[in-house]
Design a protein around this ligand. Sequence first.
Ligand code: F6P
Length: 337
Amino acid sequence: MENAVKRIGVLTSGGDSPGMNAAVRAVVRTALYRGIDVIGIRRGWNGLINGDVSRMDANSVAHILNRGGTVLYTARSEEFRTEAGQKKAVATCKLLGIDGIVAIGGDGTFRGCLALARHGISVVGIPGTIDNDIGCSHYSIGYDTAANTAIEAIDRLRDTMQSHERCSVVEVMGHRAGNLAQYVGIATGATAVLVPEHNWDFQTDVAERIRTARLNGRTHFMIIVAEGAFNDDEIMKTPGSAVKVAEMIKEQLGIDPRVTVLGHIQRGGAPNARDRVTATRMGYWAVECLAAGKTNRVVVHQGGTITDMDMEEALSVPHELNASEMSVLEAMIGSDK
Ligand code: F6P
């Protein structure tokens, strides 16, 4: 079957996530295998606007499968939000003969894809973010590695919290989503977990949980706070949710918690097996879509299967916390009584 595209571009956009390199590698290798030219676009949409590109061959993606970050660099492009920026990006595609784009990132990246598609360029998005907050896909590249990084750090914190009989308040990333906090909370046996999706109450969800655990003989407490837990744009600008919760604990319970903001450390490091394999499957699938003449698609992970869906439809699927994980978490925290 003849390929519907001749030369495709690949870029990473938004916050980096472990496994993005594996996806880039899979896009390049699958395209070459199919006889399609590949152009690497650096620094996200900015690279397409500025012509910051280079041709990729099998060697350009050698030894990156196991590396964190993204060799293509990444950015959040303000210019690409404008009509003028989009026109420049389209001009680059026309000049270089790029007829398809694979963009790896989150919802914002997919909205960028739609803008390009309106100008006749075929686009396919791949979910890549540690937040796992893309409603249409059960999984986004980087989530599992980021969760494991957070778990390792929290396990270490627990050792010292236990020895000193302290309370630890740990802030995990996730932007406006609590998936990472919820998942990590289950895996670390947290005393309390605060996520933006739930209208939590300090007395019920933190103070009472600490009191109950203390009455049961526990002398150290682990509180996991999603960075977006307060649903407050001001706090989101600088890490502060955990600090705020710690202040409330000190004020209302009289104990002096230690705060750890895990921050960007969760985005770094070598991708684990799940992220390498999922990224490779998704990269392969994205090129298959373009080769088959599909456009405006997002590669999605649904119940273990990699498939694709319409991009506008994908963007309309609301993000939700995994309900069964939430029930499990409630039972585990509740059984601490
Ligand atoms: O989307 C990934 C993410 O790490 C979020 O969890 C976080 O809110 C945001 O990016 C931080 O972005 P920045 O790179 O601008 O600090």
